[in-house]
Design a protein around this ligand. Structure first.
Ligand SMILES: [Zn+2]
Ligand SMILES: [Zn+2]
Ligand SMILES: [Zn+2]
Length: 144
């Protein structure tokens, strides 16, 4: 556990979630990565300490509470990233562009790149917005 564990405990309490080892661990891992994290990656890192069903439930609860948001990469794999402070149990506000690197396959939140505003036809209501760009990320571009 890092120095953030106190902050994570408060976050759980604030959202009416009990402090459990797997929940704290998932928060710790997700906030220490510069890219979104898939469930298989979490399983790999957490090993046998947590079973798949528990992990799935932790992610689902976090998503419902507005703590993390889900991003599907180009292969349809779900990746999870910590939300900015504007999300809550009622609605998410993660209207930023996501970037899927074709080389390292990482999915990044481009938190400062907002999805441009657009109009939908009358009668349509947008409930979910997803804009994913793909290409080469800065870390990979640096390597050549
Ligand atoms: Zn969110
Ligand atoms: Zn990359
Ligand atoms: Zn994001």
């Amino acid at each position: 556990m890092t120095d953030n564990s106190n902050h994570f405990e408060k976050l759980l309490i604030k959202n009416g979630l009990k402090r459990t080892g797997p929940r704290l661990q998932v928060l710790d891992i997700l906030s220490n990565r510069d890219s979104a994290t898939s469930q298989p990656y979490l399983e790999q890192v957490m090993g046998t300490e947590v079973d798949r069903v528990t992990l799935y439930r932790v992610l689902k609860a976090f998503e419902e509470k507005g703590i993390i948001h889900k991003v599907l990469d180009n292969h349809g794999t779900a990746n999870y990233a910590i939300c900015s402070g504007n999300c809550n149990a009622n609605e998410h506000h993660d209207e930023h562009v996501h970037f899927n690197c074709n080389n390292c396959k990482k999915v990044y939140c481009l938190a400062n790149v907002q999805i441009p505003a657009f109009k939908v036809p009358a009668g349509f209501k947008v409930e979910n917005l997803n804009l994913i760009a793909s290409g080469i990320c800065a870390a990979c571009a640096d390597k050549d």
